[in-house]
Design a protein around this ligand. Structure first.
Ligand code: MN
Length: 230
């Protein structure tokens, strides 16, 4: 069974359940524990999770007024884990804050506050209920994400998602492509073409494990981890 390292956050249960239901064996990892190098020597996949704002100094910017104190140790740990996992082509799935961290770790930047920086933006901060659909996203047809979500999309490209973020990807990291946007132009997914599996999504697919809308995304991730294991 593929061993999946999940970056620790305050509310783990839906991430853990999503990985289990996809056939993976989750372990929680985080700052202050095992080093990224030791973790990557024994796991088959890495998953990053949601959380607070990442220190904007890490992408060379001053903090917006909405910035809330960052989790500096968590930022540093996850950046090291991300860079090493991607260098080793270890299957990697990044969710919400995780996708923002992926982009920063690989050289991109963020929009620090969507409401004040994106004119005409949709509402992207819809905290409850957690599995509530907030807006649609348009998925690029030739992407790995599109293949994974094929059975869940209307017209072959439209997908309904939840949304609990006030930041988003701005400049996309070199080597990555945008694979989904919401109708207001906010970037909602990215991936690394040619990687075994390297996908970031801005929404929270893990909240849908009871109804299974995004099970194929987690299954694709765990299958890639299993393939690496063999
Ligand atoms: Mn959104």
């Amino acid at each position: 069974m593929a061993l999946i390292a999940i970056a620790r956050n305050r509310r783990m249960s839906d991430y853990v359940e999503s990985v289990r239901r996809a056939g993976g064996e989750p372990i929680e990892v985080g700052a202050g524990g095992e080093s990224p190098a030791h973790i990557l020597a024994r796991v088959d996949g890495v998953m990053l999770t949601g959380g607070g704002d990442i220190d904007p100094a890490l992408y060379g910017e001053k903090p917006h007024t909405s910035f809330e104190p960052a989790e500096a140790e968590r930022d540093a740990f996850e950046i090291e884990l991300t860079r090493a996992a991607i260098a080793a082509n270890i299957p990697y799935l990044a969710i919400c804050r995780g996708m923002q961290l992926l982009n920063i770790a690989m050289g991109g930047t963020l929009i620090q506050d969507i409401p004040s920086e994106v004119p005409g933006a949709l509402e992207h901060s819809v905290p409850e209920p957690r599995g509530h659909v907030a807006h649609e996203v348009w998925v690029s047809k030739d992407s790995q994400l599109s293949k994974l979500l094929a059975d869940h999309m209307e017209d072959g490209e439209t997908c309904h998602v939840n949304s609990r973020h006030h930041q988003s990807v701005a400049k996309v990291a070199p080597g990555f492509v945008v694979t989904a946007t919401s109708p207001d132009g906010v970037i909602e997914a990215m991936e690394k073409p040619g990687a075994a599996f390297c996908i970031g999504v801005q929404w929270h697919p893990e909240n849908f494990w009871r109804t299974g809308e995004f099970r194929s995304l987690f299954e694709g991730f765990v299958q890639a981890a299993n393939a690496r294991k063999r």
